[in-house]
Ligand binder design. Structure first.
Ligand SMILES: [Zn+2]
Length: 180
């Protein structure tokens, strides 16, 4: 790819025939709106922003159709301690191998994640969304010193009253932790 030029993004086709794309060695560089990913949007603090994807389809020496690529996005998750936004940079790579049958899946080398293709097509948007969801922390939480809901060390003779904690669904969990 030429450097220094303004980037030209292509419109990402969503439903593709991965075998044809692999045969044609299709390469794509695209940007997607976060709002296009419904499952992901649902767990974000705000779903403004873009996802940058680079994809390269290829057929390997064993004849396996593969897709290698990278996904990059800045996401605002919800901190499960203070319920405020928490910025997470997603920079993940994907390596998928496609097959039409179970027998075909067994031929896919272990460095590729096997994907069964039904009806001759895959949904790229779904595949990319899956990769991003997998790359996110399961329970997003600010680091202790960055969280607006800091847990001060327990001190029964504390001079100043504890600031009132916000009600949140995780306060029960926090209480359990303290009593350990
Ligand atoms: Zn927090």
């Amino acid at each position: 790819m030429a450097k220094g030029c303004a980037k030209e993004y292509q419109r990402l086709p969503f439903r593709v025939d991965p075998f044809r794309f692999a045969h044609d060695a299709v390469e794509l560089e695209s940007q997607l709106l976060l709002t296009q990913m419904k499952r992901l949007s649902a767990i974000l603090y705000r779903s403004e922003g873009m996802i940058t994807v680079k994809l390269a389809f290829a057929v390997d020496i064993l004849g396996v159709s593969s897709l290698l690529g990278s996904v990059q996005a800045s996401l605002d998750l919800v901190c499960q301690r203070c319920l405020k936004p928490m910025r997470v940079e997603v920079n993940t790579s994907l390596a998928l191998g496609f097959a039409r049958s179970v027998a075909g899946l067994e031929k896919i080398p272990s460095e590729l994640e096997p994907v069964r293709v039904e009806g001759g097509q895959v949904n790229l948007l779904d595949l990319l969304e899956d990769e991003i969801m997998l790359a996110l922390p399961q329970i997003p939480r600010h680091a202790e010193n960055e969280c607006s809901l800091r847990h001060k060390p327990e001190s029964p003779n504390s001079e100043s009253p504890q600031p009132q904690e916000r009600e949140n669904p995780f306060s029960v969990l926090a209480g359990l932790k303290k009593s350990e």
